[in-house]
Write a protein of this length. Structure first.
Length: 269
């Protein structure tokens, strides 16, 4: 697992966006063989999406032959609701780039049969040959997507009841009223994310420091689902300095030293 440490959220977001754009460009995707991205919502990826839009406007990346699968969506909330993840993705990324609408895949939290919706989502990922690159963020309790503490590390896309802690954290998007936050959601599983050929997790801010420490310095644990990244052959964590405040000094120094030369030699778009 690679740990990339940046001075702040802005520089972290810029590097992640350039990395994703480079992956797309190197793949040289076509309509017959698109590049498949897994994408998150929440505050963590907003800076990355902003930078990707800038790269698109500069002509440095195209999403014409990119297919996306989002991590999750609330149940019983309309797609046009300002806090739905459909709305979020079109507001922050999709409406600003050249991705065809039919290439966008987001779970339908209003499907008549939610179990069937989850099964079909997994099937569609398989039909596309799997996900090439999964981008993610984490909660303060170390969850990825809505795979909260105690989730199976081999879980697949499914219906998930949200914990009070998660709903409380998301209440800031719902007029700070926790009772307005949906109690259930559809989410890809930990196993779904780990099946991707490459996974990159964004960790920003001191409130994520404990989760980062558990993911990096402790063992794999279903109470910190992001810790599963330790077992991925191509797992990356991109974090800022604030998020490292609970890591050991030696851990931070180690990862900074081994990445220093590699980062210096990365090609510039």
């Amino acid at each position: 697992m690679r740990i990339l440490i940046y001075d702040n959220y802005q520089s972290l977001s810029k590097w992640v966006a350039h990395y994703i754009a480079r992956k797309i460009n190197l793949a040289k995707p076509t309509p017959e063989k698109p590049y498949v991205l897994g994408l998150p919502t929440g505050s963590s990826p907003i800076g990355t999406y902003r930078e990707l839009v800038a790269l698109y406007n500069e002509g440095k990346v195209s999403f014409q032959n990119v297919v996306t699968f989002n991590m999750d969506e609330y149940v019983d909330i309309s797609e046009s609701h300002p806090q739905s993840y459909h709305y979020f993705m079109w507001q922050h990324l999709f409406s600003h780039v050249d991705i065809p609408k039919e290439n966008v895949n987001i779970l339908n939290g209003n499907a008549k049969d939610l179990d069937e919706e989850c099964r079909l989502y997994e099937d569609k990922i398989k039909e596309h040959g799997g996900i090439d690159f999964f981008l993610g963020g984490i909660g303060a309790d170390g969850h990825i997507a809505f795979n909260e503490p105690g989730s199976s590390l081999s879980s697949r896309t499914r219906i998930k009841t949200l914990t009070y802690d998660t709903r409380l954290a998301n209440a800031r998007f719902f007029d700070n009223e926790v009772n307005k936050v949906p109690r259930t959601a559809l989410t890809v599983g930990v196993g779904t994310v780990m099946d991707a050929r490459e996974v990159l997790i964004i960790v920003s801010g001191f409130n994520k420091a404990r989760a980062l420490r558990s993911a990096v310095e402790d063992g794999v644990n279903h109470m910190w689902t992001v810790s599963m990244l330790q077992l991925h052959p191509h797992g990356i964590i991109a974090c800022d300095e604030e998020a490292t405040l609970e890591l050991k000094v030696g851990t931070v120094k180690y990862f900074k030293e081994i990445e220093e030369q590699a980062l210096a030699n990365l090609p510039v778009l």
